[in-house]
Design a protein. Sequence first.
Lengths: 311, 311
Amino acid sequence: MAVIDRFFEGDRRALAKIISHIENRAESYRQVLARLYPKTGRTYKLGFTGPPGAGKSSLVDSVADVYLKAGEKVGIVAVDPSSPFTGGALLGDRIRMAHLSNQENAFIRSMATRGSGGGLAISTKDVCIALDAFGFDKNLIETVGVGQVELDIVNAADTVVVVLVPESGDTIQAMKAGLMEIADIFCVNKSDREGSDRLAAELVMMLDVKRHDSDWEYPVVQTSATKNTGIDILIEKIQAHRDYLKSSGKFEERRRRQVKTEIYRHLEERMLEEVHNRIGDLKLEEIIDEISSGASDPFTKATEIFEKYFR
Amino acid sequence: MAVIDRFFEGDRRALAKIISHIENRAESYRQVLARLYPKTGRTYKLGFTGPPGAGKSSLVDSVADVYLKAGEKVGIVAVDPSSPFTGGALLGDRIRMAHLSNQENAFIRSMATRGSGGGLAISTKDVCIALDAFGFDKNLIETVGVGQVELDIVNAADTVVVVLVPESGDTIQAMKAGLMEIADIFCVNKSDREGSDRLAAELVMMLDVKRHDSDWEYPVVQTSATKNTGIDILIEKIQAHRDYLKSSGKFEERRRRQVKTEIYRHLEERMLEEVHNRIGDLKLEEIIDEISSGASDPFTKATEIFEKYFR
């Protein structure tokens, strides 16, 4: 396959092609992934998440700029659920992509939701594998939203930065959204706005408990992506977390957990494919008729299908 | 099983027990679900979702109060990711539950995230099945957050209300969060605050496109749950949507889609269980070692496991 050879020679157009290939689950994409995988492991993965409107995109761009200026290769994956109204990436992302794409060492990919629950998380991780195999130094993964699938995506990162803003409401909302659980670093963005100091202080207080259970002193950094303040401190803390992971053996642990997740998710995908192939749409409609008429139920039917095809 | 008989006699403590049983995936929970299922289908399911801080809980309580006053039985399922700091439901929910639990015809269940992606969606749907079988007229399902799993949960509802607030930022953020796609009714809550009219007007404008593709005229309702304004109009619009679904045949369609999802999710769960049972933790660690050493990759290994156990 010529395109994969060009990929390994560092051809960016080949990278884009490979990513589309994987994303679309095109023919033999698993073989492609299997060829890429042995080249992975070198890229440091940074996850950025937080509530909508927290300014994650600007922050990610600022962080990327610092790495780029230091001569590093930076890949950005922005998970950005598309709307039926726009049919794709939103205007802001197009502008942003135009800016970053002009830089030789930067690559940005916007991932749109396809309506299915697990699908997004799966293809996002595969795209990260491609970026890793291509040889990026840093992979910044940005997810809008605070949902479970989105958390799963950033959880596959080595360091997770949770981005909050003063007006994102009281900290209890952040707790509710499950963000505290996955954060390695907290970032109060738009810190020039009122309430920034208060939010930072609240976070520091709340983190007291979490700090007791860990050797890692969860930092709270105040940034303003648009005014470019605090970014250097954020970069320092990211580096400190990386050092902590490596020296404590937790880096190895996280990577092993990532491998485990990889195995399971591909297994799951294979099995669901198999179900679709074996049952077929017509047969499924019959089963739904049977259940709708009250003659059976989904649990009994699922068990029947399972016993028939997978035992 | 005595508890299930008491359940069918309308014993609320039996309901709580059955729900815990299902939620914990306790022994033979599938048989329990299979016994409940034939009694389901009568409850009208209302999903409420939107960004954190939109006041969904208060709104759901206000809507529930109206139905309760009309003599209906109302079940509420609040999906509320718990934090490691609190270890369970937050204080606000306890207060709320105390208030509603005193009402004979009301039942509220707070569901906490258990860290796994699909698990929450699965057990939430099962709890809704129990409520349906128990004979509630309305089931209000409330999810905090805007993630894909959360959207999947409310998508299983008959009518989906998306709740926004003036300060939840520009509407583009709502679009980004994928909320537009699943909404049947839009609700601008906290409408006494500045910017409410503007947000409502923006939504109406944006909905123009969506309205062209559908017979349903997506309403935008302004409410204030705390001041109890607009709730009656919201209730009217919910009724109108229900009438629309029933008269257009779309109700049947949605319910069939729900059954299909049910079959798949239980099948998926069965298959993953089977994988865990057959591979075992020790064997999995060996596989991870092999991959970590570079001797294999997750895709090849997933295929091997699949071929060995499921073909």
